[in-house]
Design a protein around this ligand. Structure first.
Ligand code: C2E
Ligand code: MG
Ligand code: MG
Length: 406
């Protein structure tokens, strides 16, 4: 699951639109995206009364512009006045130029406007826009029924040898071989459940614990890579680093030393960098990333296209790979806007000599499109979910025997 997933489940949404058909459509799309805490109002006046008289608060307000009595622009003025600090999304049948002006207006009013969608819109456009929401760490930390670990539990778990590493194959589109796998952290809970990273990474990122966690994931991944090389499976491993864990000036030396201990070349390791929280020391992180590159590690910009991973970073740092976020990949075959983003990201990558990985590929249809557009590598449930380390060799053997590989 991506970071956004737990967040999507937890947000509270208010939808203001007098068109019943649009209400039904949004209901369907939101449910599909795992968002079930939504409320509809057919007029801005009713929405305003909810917020003022009933003191309701929302994480996201979606509003139409053209409504009887109180229109969307008046509603925006109200939201600004009450200092509404959640996200705002506009949906309207008006033309794009007007929608652009409304976005400018929202910015000028200090509203957190995440975009404007022209009706009719599709599920993927909605999903892309939701990706623009600034995900706050506390919301990311848990989904209903799934409690995030506490810092103490993480600290204790780290001394007992948690986390566990799962691996997800990355498939080369031209040869259909598996040159690399991504290491994804999992947590073994005391009751035997395997917990996803959204339940512990955001908490760890709030403190120094992220450093210990990252080091353990790195050591275990390199150890596993050395084991596979010893067994004749020559591959690379990609390891996730949040920006905050890169704020240690000694990191390039530490990671090189670990590689030396296991006789693994840094050339076989890709550092995937995601920015999920605010950095304290950007200059240190940039220094560290540049020296990691000098030591031979490959650098990849993860979740590309989301609010966190910007084109600006591509310009600043020696990345050799872009991982396009699954928000633009899943359902791309049916979405004009996802396709446009994929096309331009792939074209940009090619011009800069950077490899493109598309992650979150779930269907044959999306895979065909990605191949046609020229993506270099694909990753996703269509090929394999992340799997336990000791199942990987068997999976690779089956894959190589199957008709997928050449
Ligand atoms: P990521 O690095 O972008 O990893 C890809 C995520 O997408 C993984 O979620 C993977 O299981 C999921 N995924 C892959 N294919 C599909 C698909 O076809 N459909 C869907 N719906 N999902 C797919 P996971 O393992 O839950 O990891 C979530 C995020 O947690 C990762 O996103 C990464 O940012 C972070 N993470 C994982 N391990 C570590 C770690 O060791 N350190 C740090 N700092 N972050 C980590
Ligand atoms: Mg990653
Ligand atoms: Mg990613």
């Amino acid at each position: 699951m991506s970071n956004a997933e737990g967040f999507e489940k937890k947000i509270k949404v208010l939808i203001v639109d007098n068109d019943e058909h649009v209400q039904q459509q949004l209901k369907l799309y939101f449910t599909d995206l795992g968002i079930d805490n939504y409320q509809f109002e057919s007029s801005a006046a009713a929405a305003m009364s909810n917020m003022v008289q009933q003191q309701q608060s929302y994480d996201l307000v979606v509003t139409d512009l053209n409504m009887p009595n109180v229109d969307g622009i008046t509603f925006m003025r109200f939201l600004s006045k009450v200092e509404y600090d959640g996200a705002l999304m506009i949906i309207s049948g008006e033309d794009r130029r007007l929608l652009n002006s409304v976005v400018q207006l929202g910015n000028a009013q200090n509203l957190n406007i995440i975009g404007a969608m022209q009706k009719p819109f599709d599920r993927n456009e909605l999903r892309l826009m939701l990706g623009q929401m600034q995900l706050s760490a506390d919301k990311l930390a848990c989904a209903p029924g799934e409690l995030s670990l506490t810092a103490d539990e993480i600290r204790q778990g780290l001394t007992r040898g948690n986390p566990e590493i799962y691996f997800q194959p990355k498939v080369a589109v031209d040869s259909m071989s598996v040159p690399s796998l991504e290491a994804l952290a999992r947590w073994c809970a005391e009751d035997g459940r395997i917990l996803g990273p959204h339940l512990f990474i955001p908490v760890a990122e709030q403190s120094e614990l992220i450093n210990d966690l990252t080091d353990q994931v790195f050591i275990k991944s390199v150890e596993q890579l050395a084991r596979w090389h010893g067994q004749g499976f020559i591959c690379s491993v990609a390891i996730n680093f949040s920006m905050r864990s890169l704020e240690r000036i000694s990191l390039p030396d530490t990671l090189s030393a670990i590689c030396g201990d296991y006789k693994v070349s840094p050339q076989n390791i890709t550092i995937e960098i995601t920015e999920t929280c605010i950095m304290n020391q950007e200059a240190v992180a940039l220094d560290v990333i540049t020296r990691l590159h000098l030591k031979g590690f490959s650098l990849s910009i993860d979740d590309f296209g989301t609010g966190y991973s910007s084109i600006e970073k591509l310009n600043k740092l020696p990345f050799s790979e872009i991982k396009i976020d699954r928000a633009f990949v899943d359902g791309a075959a049916d979405s004009y806007s996802s396709r446009a983003i994929l096309e331009s990201s792939i074209a940009m990558g090619k011009k800069m000599g950077i490899s493109i990985v598309s992650e979150g590929v779930e269907t044959q249809q999306d895979f065909e499109l990605l191949r046609e557009l020229g993506t270099d590598y694909v990753q996703g449930a269509f090929f394999s979910e992340p799997i336990a380390a000791d199942s990987v060799l068997q999976w690779v053997e089956n894959w190589n025997k199957s008709s997928h590989s050449s």
